[in-house]
Design a protein around this ligand. Sequence first.
Ligand SMILES: NC(=O)c1ccc[n+]([C@@H]2O[C@H](COP(=O)([O-])OP(=O)(O)OC[C@H]3O[C@@H](n4cnc5c(N)ncnc54)[C@H](O)[C@@H]3O)[C@@H](O)[C@H]2O)c1
Length: 449
Amino acid sequence: MNKTVFDCLLSFSPLLTEREMLRIPVAVSSGLRCLTKNQRQYATTRKIVVQKPIVEIDGDEMTRVIFNSIKEKLIFPFVDLQRDYFDCSLTNRNKTENQVSKDAALAICKHNVGIKCSTITPEKEHIEEYKLTNLWPSPNGMLRNALNGTQFRESVICKNVRKYVPGWRDPIIMARHTFGDQYGGTNISVPGGNKVSINLKSSGDEKNIEVFNYSGKGVAMLTFNTEESIRAFAKSCFRMALDRNYPLFFASKNTLLKEYDKLFNETFQAVFDDEYKKQFESRGLTFKIRLIDDMAAQAMKSKGGFVWALKSYDGDVLSDVVGQGFGSMGLMIHSIISHDGKTVLTEPAHGTVTRHFRDYQKGKKTFTNPISSIFAWSRGLKHRALLDEHEELMNFTKSLEYSTIKTVENGWFTRDLAPCIKGESFTESDYLTTKAFIDAVSAHLIQNR
Ligand SMILES: NC(=O)c1ccc[n+]([C@@H]2O[C@H](COP(=O)([O-])OP(=O)(O)OC[C@H]3O[C@@H](n4cnc5c(N)ncnc54)[C@H](O)[C@@H]3O)[C@@H](O)[C@H]2O)c1
């Protein structure tokens, strides 16, 4: 191999294996051209200054390792960033008796931008490993409640990644309501011989509605929602549809839940008619209410390119179906946008990828896809740029996303994408480690700035 190319590769990634380095010159010839040392220094010394802070919420296991690499290779060399940093790893939640999660939630509300790493929701087996004094909850619930917003998820689209649903060409943006329903409800186990009823009380009035009379053991659940929360959810969905110039569908099972889901349908329709109809019509966009089973079938046959609003449980399940349908969960972006649109929290759409972290701890190579984490950074910084009207930062986030997508499209990707790009007969030489992939994105970014 040409010595200067080797030097260059060593300088931007001293830990690349020789085999990985031998493969990179192919990437160089297909778009990832190496830069001279002077060019690199020029690219890394002119940093974009960002005056207002973002809140960084650090987390656990493999995603924490990936976040460190992203900051070191893709953010800090280019952006002079003020960070209000909170370490929400399980170790630090335990040390601070979870005060760190409360502080992080307050800081996001203050600074309006949060970028969060995935965090462990501890179970019994974590008590020994992390010497826990309590099963401290994941910070997610606290952060989501503080933001009081809507969860949006969509997949990054790379032309060469074959989708499990081949007809999907454009993103499907999944909007999930995050208040009440099963997540805020009460579920109980009921011994045989008991009756369950709903007791409705108002001042001076009481109504008892019998639900079920149990002859044997059973279970019961009561879920709730409020018009106020549904209204706020609807508004953020209409805003997202306008922002992306996509039609909006709201899907529920109102034929079954005649009162519960009717409130969602009626609220969405009323918000649309009162506030968004004219804007939608002027753009040629549509809003439709669909039965969830019809919508799921329609979505499979569609080309994508719409916002799909769902109640919390439906959104939880179907966003994973859609994420996998686009190729890999590692390509999915997740953000929570407050109902007034001012505050945004971004995070990878997957967990801490414990299985890969065990390999990392043993010193083995890891192949976790960092794209969802890279986009958590780019989308968080994009919101900072939007709030501050910071054009240079906005352009940087676009370049970072472009370089990430182009790196995959130029043939450089992690193992999870290999079956979608190479077919089932791929070999180890077809994919990169997490680290080598981030280095390849960095090289593309430097070249294209
Ligand atoms: N938002 C969050 O903070 C969040 C979300 C989900 C899970 N978690 C936590 O993460 C931990 C691990 O959970 P889990 O193993 O069920 O889910 P996970 O998403 O971390 O991983 C499940 C599996 O999906 C695959 N996978 C996920 N992300 C990938 C990526 N980027 N690249 C390649 N493959 C990928 C891997 O095969 C992995 O074993 C748990 O403690 C859980 O509580 C946190």
